[in-house]
Design a protein around this ligand. Structure first.
Ligand SMILES: [Zn+2]
Length: 423
């Protein structure tokens, strides 16, 4: 609508309260709180806890066509109600207003005008829904009712509406590098989801049920040939079907196996050796080994004096475990190289030592590492780490908690996209 037409009006306290203003008392200006084109405040009643604000169509105004901007003929007016933001101590504020249906002759269309961007299907003003949605970022939906007269299911529906209509679509142009991972989520979602992030910005680009081939393929169907061509590196875990999908979809992109996944695999090797020595030990030393898992995986600099002593005792008693433990440091250093050639050389040297040790579990890991050499040293060129994915995974858990068992995958997608954009 174009023309401004003296919308709103001065509110004079209504029935049951003394009329002020005309006799030199307090003149209450509330027009600005309900400023909305074409309407004026007709009345406001409140008992301090609840308030009712009546907005009336200003007859001097003509509703304007949203398509061509011309004034429309008013076809009919209907009385409707919507919730609005709290007003001082009145937490429950009901707006009553006239929904004005106009008819645009040139466009041959009807259009209904409402004040304060009321969303008819939710019977609430957009500004109230936005506030609730904002709170849903920080609070579980079950707690929104402490601040607004809104139950959990309504809070969830409003939040979903705002995110659906206001979050930007994923930016798929000029991606350069992406991270692909799977994430376990709780009950009712078939267990796992596949996520794709922009490796540089952390923006969530894709979320799909499962961790199958199709879970990732559905991402690539959203990309144009040019968008695919812009991706030069893909970070991921070694295991699972993602590698085959990427090689098929992005034959020119380099795959970078993720450091944290590989280190996690190595921790499994160390733990397997610890469990082996546990099985071989007896009596007192058995109980002792059982308690050492924590110390083995902690950074040595974070161990207390007792922890260090216990770890030393454990490693002194078990040569295989000791060597494997010491090699962890060298393994981590593989990601410190700037040049792929140096990294490849260091990886070869590490594999040689590991194989020579003649420990079955370690040998298996070393051979796997050698096989993945190209995808590990490609790290030097692309500097991809999954730190973004890791922090994102923590966020997934928080989001699920706040949404109290997220009702569906669509909502999870919206909440996670919001979190990934606002980090
Ligand atoms: Zn029109």
């Amino acid at each position: 609508m174009g023309r401004s037409c003296g919308a709103g009006g001065t509110f004079w306290a209504g029935k049951g309260t003394p009329r002020l203003g005309s006799n030199g008392g307090v003149k209450i200006q509330i027009r600005a709180l309900y400023q909305t084109e074409g309407y004026r405040v007709e009345n406001l009643n409140t008992d301090g806890e609840r308030a009712q604000v009546e907005l009336r169509w200003d007859e001097r105004c003509k509703p304007r066509c949203g398509q061509c901007g011309r004034p429309m003929r008013i076809n009919r007016k209907t009385k409707q109600g919507a919730l609005d933001l709290p007003l001082a101590s009145a937490g429950f504020v009901l707006l009553t207003y006239e929904a004005v249906q106009g008819y645009c002759q040139p466009c041959t269309r009807y259009e209904t005008v409402r004040p304060l961007a009321i969303v008819e299907q939710h019977q609430a003003t957009l500004r109230l829904m936005r506030q609730v949605s904002l709170l849903c970022r920080w609070l579980p939906v079950t707690r929104i009712c402490e601040l607004f007269p809104v139950g959990p299911s309504k809070a969830y529906r409003w939040d979903r509406y705002i995110l659906q209509t206001e979050l930007p679509a994923p930016c798929l142009d000029g991606l350069e590098a992406i991270l692909v991972d799977e994430k376990a989520i709780h009950k009712g979602h078939g267990g796992f989801v596949t996520v794709v992030l922009n490796a540089r910005t952390g923006e969530l680009l894709h979320l799909a049920e499962g961790r199958r081939k199709e879970s990732l393929e559905s991402f690539f169907t959203k990309l144009s040939a040019a968008q695919k061509a812009s991706i030069v590196a893909v970070g991921m875990d070694r295991s699972g079907p993602y590698r085959a999908v990427v090689q098929e979809q992005l034959p020119a992109a380099e795959i970078v196996f993720d450091k944290f996944h590989i280190l996690a695999n190595y921790h499994e090797v160390i733990d397997r050796l610890r469990r082996r020595s546990y099985r071989e030990a007896n009596g007192e030393s058995r109980t002792f080994i059982k308690g050492q898992r924590f110390n083995l995986f902690r950074r040595p600099e974070n161990l207390g004096r007792d922890g260090k002593a216990a770890l030393t005792k454990l490693l002194a008693a078990n040569a295989d475990l000791h060597l494997t433990y010491l090699l962890k440091d060298g393994l981590q250093q593989l990601w410190g190289y700037r040049y792929a050639k140096s990294a490849a050389k260091a990886l070869e040297a590490w594999v040689e030592i590991a194989l020579e040790a003649g420990i079955a579990e370690l040998g298996r890991f070393a051979r796997g590492l050698r096989e993945a050499k190209a995808q590990i040293v490609s790290f030097c060129k692309h500097q991809l780490t999954s730190a973004k994915i890791e922090s994102f995974n923590a966020q997934i858990s928080r989001v699920i908690h706040k949404a109290c068992g997220v009702a569906n995958l669509d909502y999870l997608w919206l909440k996670l996209r919001q979190a990934s954009l606002q980090r």
